[in-house]
Design a protein around this ligand. Structure first.
Ligand code: 5AD
Ligand code: SF4
Length: 432
């Protein structure tokens, strides 16, 4: 943690309601960290606001997975210069992955109006840092009133990453893999359910590598499913290396497990998968999709692709295109390669224009498949977890807009007949 000289501690806990605005970039891990930070602020009498001009404190939670993400976060901080000038007593915190990668010194030098910098590796100590500014706050506040998400709640089950994919910055900014004790995780699941959550989303960089003491990933999922009020359990993101029979059995048997799996593949070319050090080849990946669908035939799978990895030939790219078809993905995020990780020395050797062209071709393929998969759900009965009175998500994570019906409210489960699809959203008729 880096602290500026002009940031005198202000021990003023629990006076009039102050407001904090938390701006989050990046992945669900960052969103989960932001939720924890929100809890710390609430303990100190703050309420959340989405409006910077109403905020007494601002947190920018940064991402650095690709250069574009880092640039976005930095320009957001730059825009806060004016905010700080107009509120000399306002406090500005920069946290997260770009903060970790660039370092407190760099950020404070570039943006001297920042009060404190907390990188991802130190994020567990954020509460202590806030204590220095706003006092100790309430220690034992009722958990229900502190959490923000009414229907879905993130629960982090591991930090860091055990792998070293060549293109990835995560192991260096989030550190080595560390798994939380099962009892602690289950305690949080219960607290979240008590606070109104009906869907729990377990988070980790290689979430299915979970093991702590005698509890493996399948065991953790089964135990979490015993929590009464929890109606659905999802997890993000698994890695192909860590699937085992115990998991496939749980996936087949446990109805509360979401039938959606986000399984990043990155490339369809064996040559590139090897260069990326992914630890599997195309055949192994497709084998896992087969096992998943054998365990749960209605499962929907989504993925991530990287386009323009150094050395990607037209043939490699065609392998990716054909995998996009063969995988039957409900959707896929497609990213242009950004120089990071061990591959950092390797400049993209294609012209920007060529990479853009490949990206377009891939997106076109992905969209076509998405549409087909969405349409294939028409005529089916689905269980919808409501996020509002007239919309929600299927277990396979398709968004559903429901016809009006009495008695529906956020957090409820309703059976619906799917009768159409509009853009990326299914249309459903609730069945009483
Ligand atoms: N360049 C482009 N995409 C990347 N991703 C991770 N690192 C990079 C990079 N250097 C993508 C991967 C990953 C997702 C979260 O971000 O597809 O699955
Ligand atoms: Fe998440 Fe990785 Fe971005 Fe950090 S760098 S916020 S772990 S995507």
């Amino acid at each position: 943690m880096q602290k500026s000289n002009n940031s005198e501690s202000e021990h003023s806990s629990l006076r009039a309601r102050k407001r904090v605005c938390i701006v989050t970039f990046g992945c669900q891990m960052n969103e989960a960290d932001s939720e924890d930070i929100a809890v710390s602020f609430r303990r100190r009498g703050f309420e959340l606001t989405g409006e910077l001009k109403k905020a007494d404190a601002v947190v920018v939670n940064t991402c650095t997975v690709r250069q574009k993400a880092e640039d976005k976060a930095l320009s957001q901080i730059g825009r806060l210069r004016k905010w700080k000038r107009e509120r000399p007593h306002g406090k500005l915190f920069v946290v997260g992955c770009a903060a970790e990668k660039l370092g407190g010194k760099f950020i404070m030098k570039k943006f001297p109006f920042v009060d404190a910098v907390i990188g991802s590796k130190s994020i567990a100590g954020a509460d202590e840092v806030l204590e220095g500014y706003f006092g100790a706050g309430l220690r034992e506040a009722p958990a229900e009133s502190l959490f923000t998400s009414p229907v879905s709640a993130y629960v982090t089950i591991m930090r860091g990453c055990p792998l070293k994919c060549s293109y990835c910055v995560v192991p260096s900014v989030r550190g080595e893999a560390a798994y939380l004790p099962a009892e602690e995780i289950l305690g949080e699941v219960k607290a979240r359910a008590g606070g109104g959550a009906r869907e729990i989303i377990f988070l980790g960089q290689t979430v299915n590598s979970y093991r702590h003491g005698k509890t493996d990933f399948a065991g953790l999922l089964r135990r979490a499913a015993e929590t009464d009020k929890v109606k659905r359990i999802r997890f993000m993101s698994p890695h192909p290396l860590y699937f085992d029979d115990a998991f496939f059995r749980a996936f087949a048997e446990e109805p509360k497990l979401s039938r959606h799996i986000h399984l990043p593949v990155q490339s369809g070319s064996d040559r590139l998968l090897k260069a990326m050090r992914r630890g599997y080849d195309r055949a192994r990946y497709l084998g896992i999709l087969k096992d998943l669908r054998a365990a749960a035939p209605d499962a929907a799978v989504s993925t991530d692709f990287i386009v323009g990895y150094p050395g990607e030939t037209e043939e490699d790219f065609r392998d990716t295109l054909s995998l996009a078809r063969e995988g039957g993905f409900a959707f896929a995020f497609c990213f242009k390669y950004s120089q990071r990780g061990d591959a950092k020395g390797l400049a993209p050797d294609l012209a920007e224009k060529e990479i853009e062209e490949r990206l377009e071709r891939l997106l076109c393929e992905v969209k076509k498949n998405s549409r087909d998969i969405l349409n294939s759900r028409i005529g089916k009965m689905e269980e919808v977890l409501l996020e509002s009175a007239d919309s929600g998500r299927t277990s396979s994570d398709f968004k559903v807009k429901l016809d009006a019906a009495a008695g529906l409210k956020a957090g409820g489960l309703v059976r619906a007949e799917i009768y159409g699809a509009d853009k990326n959203v299914l249309k459903g008729r609730p069945i009483p």
